[in-house]
Each structure stands twice: as C-alpha cells, then as structure tokens.
Design a binder for this molecule. Structure first.
Ligand code: NAD
Length: 286
C-alpha cells in the first residue's frame, strides 16, 4: 500500500518556494525516509503540495514511480519526477537512501539548480474504443492485452492496413523507457528514450499453417499508429503498467506515441546505457 504523507505548510521569507510531494512504497524504510525528507523540506522552506507539486519524489522502487506517475499523469506538463530506491537500483529510482539530504538541497533550488537537467521521455497513448465512445490513457512502461479464459485472437493493423491476425497469450506495447521492463522479458529490443517510438512485442504467439504472425517485435515511430481489433465478445485482460482490468466491451484499441512526455529531474548524469549495464550485466562482468 502506497503512502502519501501530509505535513504542515511552511511560509519562508525567500522569493522562491518549490511545491513538492512525496509518494512512498509504504514499507518501514520508505516511510522513515519520507518523514525525513518532509522534515528537511520544511527546514529548507519547501512547500508540501499534494495537489499541485512541481516535483514528485518517489521513494521505493520502479513500482512506486509507476504509481506516482499514474497519480500525477493529469499534470505532466507541470510536474517532474525523481526517485530514491530503498531496494535495489531501479530504472526510475536512481538515488540511494543516504543521499536524501543532498537531494533535498538540490530540490530546494529547483528549477534553478545548475546541476539540474530535465529529461523528457516518450509515453504510450492508448485509445480504447467501445460502443460508448473512446477512452484514452497513458502508459509509462507498457500496455498489454491478453485473453482471460481463452487465448487472445485479434487483428493487428498498422497505419490502417491489416498486418496480421494474432493468436496467443497477448500483445505488449511499450515505451522506450519501458523497453527494459516486460518488453525485455519478451525478447523485445531496448530503445533509448530519446527516440520517440513504441514497440509491439508478442506474448507467446501461435505459429502454424493456419496462424502466422511476424514473430519479431516491431518498432513504430511517432505519427504511426497500430490498431488491435480483438474477436468480438472476448473477455480481455488489459494492463497499464502495474494496473489491470478485465473487459468484454472493447471493440478496438489504438496505440501510438503520446503527444505528452514524462519529465524526470536529473540532478546528476546517469546515462541510459550505464543504467542498463548496471541492471542487467553488473560491474564485474567482462
Ligand atoms: P514491481 O514493482 O515488482 O516491478 C516488477 C519488476 O519490474 C521489478 O523488478 C521492477 O524493478 C521492474 N521494472 C519496472 N519498470 C521497469 C523499467 N522501466 N525497466 C526495468 N525494470 C523495470 O511490480 P509492479 O509495480 O506491478 O510493476 C509493474 C511492471 O512489472 C510492469 O510495468 C511490467 O513492466 C513489469 N512486469 C514484468 C513482467 C515480466 O518481465 N515477465 C511481467 C509482468 C509485469
């Protein structure tokens, strides 16, 4: 269970006040760190603002950042995210617990700190069409579509042209920053987040003389789109990062690179490929 903690508002005499909020994983260490951060922030004259934060600190792991993203996805143009990991190093959580004071000092000077860089990463936009209309949402890592009792059967169209009929466990559509998550387990490629693209990866497709899919993952650039039309009436499992829902009313889905991006506040350089190496290969590897 995630926690978001409230502390009293502090009114300093300084000219600039950063509005911040903390989302923690709810375990003992994350809760303690969250309280420490709030105490430091009060000393530094920062303003706790759960509704309109300039900066959201996620304390926990990558799952905590996914949770924070979905809490604040309605104000992506006004909020930047930064993560502390209380377990192993994460892709979105790259500060260590013992660096919290340094981080608080840097956030205090946000956005003027000279060391600060805002990086913007592409997202997946999902349009879910039903008889009632179209609902849209955003994924930081990925969206997946799976069958529930039966295998998924769906037509896949790229830029309004039929590409293939898929039969199997499901389809995963990921963002570049999500390419290192579920997509990687599916054999998809890792994409640098400076590339505005989405990746479509198959989840256990059936390939025989009747059903044939490409078998490789596909990378679509910005301004291309993919439509998935599941066989009518199927019970579907839709997942959006850590969230999931079962639905039987989906007529089709449209996936594309979102117009909006997520902003991460980087207070020191941590290149994507270094992150990949540290997560999957390790320091000692040759
Ligand atoms: P969680 O926090 O336990 O995360 C699951 C794992 O995915 C963790 O090890 C986490 O560090 C890692 N992860 C999350 N985002 C990542 C990223 N962008 N790059 C590299 N690793 C990343 O559980 P949760 O909160 O439910 O997380 C949901 C995520 O779990 C989904 O977005 C999906 O990417 C991932 N997932 C992976 C698989 C798989 O690899 N077979 C299956 C289902 C879900």
């Amino acid at each position: 269970m995630m926690n978001t903690t409230s502390f009293s508002r502090f009114l300093p005499g300084g000219s600039h006040m950063v509005n911040y909020w903390v989302v923690d994983r709810g375990d003992e260490l994350s809760v303690q760190l969250s309280a420490r951060f709030h105490a430091m922030a009060e000393r530094f004259g920062m303003n706790p603002d759960e509704q309109n934060p300039d900066i959201v600190l996620s304390i926990g792991g990558d799952g905590t950042m996914l949770h924070a993203f979905h809490l604040y996805k309605g104000r992506l143009d006004r909020t930047s995210f930064v993560g502390i990991h209380t377990g192993r190093l994460g892709f979105f959580a790259d500060w260590k617990p013992d660096e919290i004071e340094r981080l608080a000092q840097m956030i205090r000077n946000y956005p003027e700190d000279a060391n600060l860089k805002i990086v913007q990463y592409p997202l997946v936009e999902i349009g879910i069409r039903t008889r009632e209309g179209t609902e849209t949402d955003l994924a930081l890592n990925e969206f997946t579509l799976k069958g529930v009792e039966k295998m998924l059967v769906a037509e896949l169209h790229i830029n309004d042209e039929k590409f293939e009929t898929f039969r199997g466990d499901g389809i995963c559509i990921s963002s570049p920053s999500g390419s290192t998550a579920y997509n990687k387990s599916l054999g998809g490629s890792l994409i640098h987040p400076s590339l505005e693209a989405i990746q479509i990866a198959e989840i256990a497709s059936i390939n025989n003389r009747v059903y044939r899919t490409l078998g490789s993952s596909i990378i679509l650039p910005k301004h291309h789109h993919c439509d998935i039309r599941p066989q009518a009436g199927q019970n579907l499992l839709l997942t959006l990062d850590h969230l999931h829902v079962q639905r039987t009313d989906v007529l089709s889905l449209r996936l594309k690179v979102a117009g909006q991006k997520v902003r991460f506040a980087r207070f020191r350089p941590f290149p994507f490929w270094t992150r990949v190496r540290e997560a999957f290969i390790g320091h000692g590897a040759n």
